[in-house]
Design a protein around this ligand. Sequence first.
Ligand SMILES: Cc1cc2nc3c(=O)[nH]c(=O)nc-3n(C[C@H](O)[C@H](O)[C@H](O)COP(=O)(O)OP(=O)(O)OC[C@H]3O[C@@H](n4cnc5c(N)ncnc54)[C@H](O)[C@@H]3O)c2cc1C
Length: 521
Amino acid sequence: MSEAIRNRHGSQPLRVVIVGGGTAGWMSAAGISRQLRTEDYSVTLIESDDIGTVGVGEATLPHIKIFNDMLGIDEAQFMRETRATFKLGIQFRDWDRPGDCYIHPFGAFGEPWGGVEFQHHFFRALRAGIQHPSLQDYSYAVVAARNDAFEFPNEDRKSVRSTYAYAYHFDAGLYASYLRSWAIERGVRRIEGRVCDVSRDPTTGDLVEVTLQSGERIAGDLFIDCSGFRSLLLGGILGVAWQDWTHWLPCDRALAVPCNRVGALTPYTRATARQAGWTWRIPLQHRTGNGYVFSSQFIKDSDAQSALLAVLDGAAQGEPRLLRFSPGRRALAWSGNCVAIGLASGFLEPLESTSIYLIQAAVTDLVKLMPKPGSGTDPRLADEFNRLNEMQYERIRDFLVLHYAANRRVGEPLWDYVRTMPLPDSLVHKLQLYRSRAALPNYQYGLFARDSWLSVLYGQGIVPEGYDRLADAFTISKLAERLTELRNRIQTNVDAMSAHGAFIADYCRAAEAAGSEEAAA
Ligand SMILES: Cc1cc2nc3c(=O)[nH]c(=O)nc-3n(C[C@H](O)[C@H](O)[C@H](O)COP(=O)(O)OP(=O)(O)OC[C@H]3O[C@@H](n4cnc5c(N)ncnc54)[C@H](O)[C@@H]3O)c2cc1C
């Protein structure tokens, strides 16, 4: 290598080779090329058009805005190009019992009063029999979602309009293409081809190069496995063990089909519990995404397909596509000089739209822990990455398991099984704390803290036996007055918001959205 392309450390750039060009591959390529100097890190991405991508993954969490902002992406342009809509949370229907409905919002429930978290005041009010004790009324995001309303959150922290965040529903294929163009323009090298061989260093076991079907060989210092469920490098070549979580999350298949758009654009994802799993509904500008995530132990594929087609809002756009998966994760996401990101590192069903978030978290952690050019591999970096990755997966797993375990759908075999199965110890601990004291998990790192747990625990019928006695400092009449004032303040503000559909039309309407709504709407 000539001196001219040596970096400021006097060493050659670290050669990062990404195998796979789905959402994980292109988010990794974009994140690395944006945050690290190109003279220190060269990025090559290999993808196979023949194999293609998983082609699903349309609902996101608010963190994705941080990722897009970090890349400097123009939001309105990105939303037009990916036919995106806004998302304020997820509506869960029929999870506790048929007929029930609650929203898990991207935002807070209430406000802490007198230094005491809101849920303690709420449960005190509930016990005292104060009128209007509907938890959902005290979340701005829930009330806005119920009204099909959307506006950007207010930056004034004192305003009730600042108490929520938002995410997007988008076309996953278009998002990966968008990032691909973005990354290639910034120097990422893309190679189309199928990896058919991988060579390793006989002494260290590290990966050295991959060979494509065309015979081309691509050498690297760090390999990122974004090859999807195949886990070509981490699982296949390095043989890192799979931790299977089917006993806690029995769904192992999904059928996915888009349909024509009908009616108002809802600013939320819908997840409806069904006989052997649940169906999703994701509104995009030009169509609605749908799917049935189910357990093959409890329903036949053909029956699941009929059940899915029976609940579409509009005419199906083609035949449902069947996807098979196992819930779980690789025991290590980083082994030697190989890091797996995306489906290659693990999979948790899309009930809380967490997979793209897990990709983002892994890219962020990898950038922070990236080996320095010329420094060789340092196992401590891998250990820290694996620690963080494990924590993320286990916390999300517990949260997903909660949705299943807390049900009263007695007499339905899947639901009877998940209600009575032994739970992970970490989940049992959280449930005990909540049941006895209304205490909720709160942590800085990772997903799903206080408000998320509260929405699902209470939404699925679990009422704690006690609450923080500091909440008793308020008189009951003062508490009732404050609750009424907050509820009215939220409703009045939401009533003044734009309709979500009108907001989209004004801000980021995609050309394809025009005329996409069914005439019958
Ligand atoms: C039913 C379902 C619904 C989902 N819904 C959501 C959701 O709503 N929200 C969310 O956040 N996530 C969701 N996900 C997860 C989401 O789809 C994935 O996390 C995301 O698409 C990332 O996938 P990936 O890039 O890891 O893999 P893939 O999209 O499968 O990409 C793999 C890449 O590797 C390449 N490749 C494989 N083998 C080779 C080879 N030998 N040589 C060269 N290239 C190769 C392929 O060509 C492709 O480019 C869902 C997943 C499923 C299964």
